[in-house]
Design a protein around this ligand. Structure first.
Ligand SMILES: [Zn+2]
Length: 412
């Protein structure tokens, strides 16, 4: 029977779990912190922090060192470190030009990262799953089979239903309604939660947590790959939408007189600033791929007029779309990822001039446009962050699993 005493107990257990989550999240995102830092970042009392750190040390998730940096005045405050091997995730990425896998530890330490190029062609989900499993198996084998693996995150160049990892549309892979999440869960049989998301959403998440947008609360991320994707952070939270489809900024209708887009519509932003448009306008083949893009950037840097004109067009149209996004979301930071980060020095003038003309001055004055800091691995790093979410939200589950194993270890 349910008594008031049970209610109090349940409430205090809920509070304990949420306090553990606050501490674990701070350590994961900021790295080693003193107890005083934790008090100021979480708002918890010193004695509450002491008790919870004790639990986390006993569970092996964190360690404390007594030493303080040399030259620090006063009594040294112990530093609490996340233990990078105590909980790890597997991150996977299905890019149009490559497949990648990484093993990432608590605190964001990348233990291992493998990326292999793949030919740009339509492929079946069977082929992709088989290739990913082949890449992932040796990485999984390096993880102890004692519950250290806490999640799997997958980034894919497509529109993804977050609930179950169904890829609704991935024009550059030739996929429509492909159950990537279910297929990978079954093939990897890892027994941990697996989450799938759009790779630009994950790139933005990674730049916000560990890259160019750390500390910014309102951010627009625009990533140029074969397609153009993005992510918007509002008040510190990524915009996901009702089913996970938010942030498809590459398909904003910007030019009614424009050309056909891979999504089936006309005049999407992607058709003005995407890789194919960039190459064609510079007199190159639309399907030249990463090599042709590299050559185009080199040619523009060397001053070739056609290449420069093409990038000026991209810069101007980037400015058009970003002016609208700036007016709608009032960000302090626009982060350019993928090819846009690489061409940023060549387009920043054209982009800035258009923003100046088209964005409302009140919003324009607050926004800076910067290249991303994480390069090509941003979506993979974001996939790892997605995979850590269940543990960050409730670390007590991991602690209970460690405690449950203790008697077995003792009698072994
Ligand atoms: Zn489109």
């Amino acid at each position: 029977m349910f008594t008031p005493r049970d209610a109090v107990g349940q409430r205090s257990e809920t509070v304990r779990r949420s306090n553990l989550s606050a501490i674990v999240r701070e350590l994961h995102l900021r790295g080693p912190l003193s107890r005083s830092d934790l008090v100021s970042h979480t708002g918890l009392t010193r004695s509450a922090i002491r008790g919870l750190i004790g639990e986390l040390v006993a569970g092996g998730l964190v360690a404390e060192t007594r030493s303080a940096p040399a030259g620090t005045p006063g009594r040294p405050s112990p530093l609490v470190h996340p233990e990078a091997e105590s909980a790890v995730v597997l991150a996977l990425e299905v890019n149009v030009d490559s497949l990648a896998v990484a093993r990432v530890g608590f605190g964001g330490t990348i233990h291992e990262l493998v990326r292999v190029d793949r030919p740009r062609a339509h492929v079946t989900v069977d082929e992709i799953v088989a290739d990913l499993v082949e890449l992932a198996e040796p990485v999984l084998a390096a993880i102890p089979s004692d519950g250290t693996l806490v999640g799997i995150g997958v980034g894919v160049a497509g529109i993804v239903r977050r609930l179950d990892g169904l890829v609704r549309l991935a024009p550059n892979l030739g996929w429509r309604d492909v159950p990537l999440g279910a297929r990978l869960s079954a093939a990897l049989h890892a027994g941990v939660p697996l989450a799938v998301a759009n790779e630009a959403d994950l790139g933005g998440l990674a730049e916000h947590r560990r890259g160019a947008a750390v500390g910014a609360e309102n951010v627009v991320f625009v990533m140029g790959e074969v397609g153009v994707g993005g992510n918007v952070i509002v008040n510190g939270q990524p915009l996901v939408g009702a089913a996970g489809y938010a942030g498809e900024i590459g398909h904003m209708a910007v030019n009614p007189a424009g050309t056909a887009c891979g999504c089936g519509a006309f005049g999407c932003w992607e058709t003005e600033i995407g890789e194919r448009a960039m190459l064609v306008r510079a007199g190159r083949s639309a399907d030249g791929g990463p090599y042709a893009v590299g050559e185009l950037i080199d040619a523009a840097t060397a001053g070739e007029p056609e290449a420069l004109a093409s990038l000026a067009h991209v810069g101007a149209w980037l400015g058009i779309g970003l002016a609208s996004l700036t007016n709608v979301f009032n960000p302090t930071l626009v982060v350019l990822g993928g090819v846009f980060a690489r061409i940023h020095p060549l387009i920043s003038e054209a982009l800035g001039a258009i923003l100046e003309q088209h964005a409302l001055p009140a919003s324009r004055e607050l926004v800076r446009v910067v290249p991303g800091a994480l390069g090509v691995d941003a979506p993979l790093i974001g996939a790892a962050e997605l995979a850590f979410e269940p543990m960050l939200a409730d670390p007590a589950v991991r602690l209970a699993a460690v405690r449950a194993r203790r008697p077995a270890l003792a009698s072994a």
